[in-house]
Design a protein around this ligand. Structure first.
Ligand code: NAD
Length: 405
């Protein structure tokens, strides 16, 4: 058993991160050090009723910081949530945001802080071309991020993922200064995450690391971080799933989640190109969609991944090497975590294939999938994931239709 003190540290990469159990007690001091005296506390409605929120608010009060809670955040937050939050922020005379929660609350909180001093509407800052330069940097309020799930890594990211209800798409709002000024990664806050959500969020962290590693492009730093993130997930996600009170497993998974988000600066791929529109249409949990899609997308990308999977299987110390070793590990992990085998089990319908495929190929993550994404192929991939069949291209020789067991 690792000594708890050795799980505590201060890091400044890619932003200031205070890791360790109990570090939520430093929230007031961090706000003050960041020049925040009246934070807007952004969380979601479910979390707002939990003791971990009362405890965090207590730490702010103890530091003499006035605050107000804004919790009208949907899972997969929508633009109206952000706009409502900006109104509350301005009316309340706030000077910063504490974003507290899973990716939904973190993304909403970051977007509220970003928009608090802008005059343009939210979609003007979608991550397209140099739209981000439209923002007035002086109008971006500081954010302190406190993740309560270990998956999205939004706490160390420069985007907010916000759903556009009109177009049923998830849009990325990007600015370098959306990145929170400081992060408290306190594993004790994630102890109450139920096993199914632990599994789904942990698989999100894995999806980020895996897709970043598989993305083409020259970025050895991201590759290295992604590989270590996957090693952490392999070792610790099953432990956190089985015993949510295991602080070491919770710590390692929080770190794996931040690593995934650092790594995906290199790019993501078809897991996300598909999960974004499916999530926007159905409101399904992002990490769960990524987990279900992962084996199908991996099989789809196989022709481009031989060498990378050889190296990865060795780095992870898998019993079977190469692509098949990685595919087997992911199948076994999904089985162990009781991840559903098909999108149909999540209520996703084959009839949406045209809509989803059209949106997937123009998703910002599509361009870094290792195999170019064409609409017809993505449509077929989506149907495979709905029905539970995957076409494995075995070295280009035989093509076998399989159902995952
Ligand atoms: P979430 O934030 O939607 O939370 C899911 C549920 O878990 C909610 O009901 C919430 O109340 C509950 N919850 C959160 N913390 C808890 C805790 N400690 N104990 C008990 N329950 C808890 O889920 P998520 O997976 O963390 O985030 C998903 C969102 O993040 C999606 O909107 C997705 O698009 C976004 N995302 C953003 C990025 C990014 O880089 N910004 C990356 C990936 C995903």
């Amino acid at each position: 058993m690792t000594d708890k003190n050795s799980l505590t540290a201060n890091w400044n990469y890619p932003t200031a991160i205070r890791v360790g159990p109990g570090r939520i007690a430093e929230l007031g001091a961090i706000c003050k050090a960041s020049g925040i005296s009246r934070p807007l506390f952004v969380t979601d409605a479910g979390l707002a009723k939990m003791p971990i929120v009362a405890d965090a608010l207590g730490h702010l009060a103890k530091a003499g910081l006035g605050t107000q809670v804004f919790s009208s955040i949907k899972p997969n937050p929508v633009a109206a949530n952000v706009e409502d939050g900006v109104t509350v922020y301005r009316k309340g005379g706030h000077d910063g945001v504490v974003a507290f929660g899973g990716g939904s609350a973190l993304d909403a909180g970051k977007a509220i802080a970003f928009l608090s001093g802008q005059t343009r509407p939210i979609w003007d800052f979608e991550d397209v071309g140099d739209n981000w330069t439209r923002a007035d940097p002086n109008g971006i309020a500081p954010t302190i991020a406190v993740p309560t799930t270990a998956g999205t890594g939004s706490e160390v990211g420069r985007v907010s993922v916000i759903t556009d209800e009109d177009t049923h798409t998830k849009r990325l709002i990007f600015h370098p200064r959306i990145m929170p000024m400081a992060v408290i990664a306190d594993p004790a806050l994630t102890v109450g995450v139920p096993p199914a959500l632990t599994a789904a969020t942990g698989m999100d962290a894995l999806a980020h690391c895996l897709e970043a590693y598989c993305a083409p492009g020259f970025h050895p730093m991201a590759d290295g971080i992604a590989v270590e993130g996957m090693r952490l997930v392999r070792q610790w996600l099953p432990v956190a799933y089985r015993d949510g009170t295991d602080i070491e497993a919770r710590t390692r998974m929080l770190v794996a989640a931040t690593m995934g988000a650092v790594a995906f600066q290199k790019g993501l791929g078809a897991i996300h190109s598909l999960s974004h529109p499916i999530g926007a249409v159905y409101g399904t949990h992002h990490g769960l969609l990524n987990a279900v899609l992962m084996p199908y997308v991996l099989a789809f990308n196989r022709p481009a991944l031989t060498q990378k999977m050889d190296l990865l299987s060795q780095a992870l110390g898998l019993p079977a090497l190469g692509f098949d070793g990685i595919a087997r590990w992911i199948d076994e992990l999904c089985h162990e975590l009781a991840i559903p085998k098909t999108l149909a089990e999540l209520g996703v319908e084959e009839g949406k294939a045209d809509l989803i495929a059209r949106a997937a190929v123009v998703d910002p993550t599509a361009s870094t999938n290792p195999v170019p994404l064409e609409e017809a192929a993505v449509r077929a991939l989506f149907i495979q994931a709905v029905q539970g069949t995957a076409i494995l291209n075995r070295g280009g020789k035989t093509r076998t239709s399989v159902t995952r067991s």
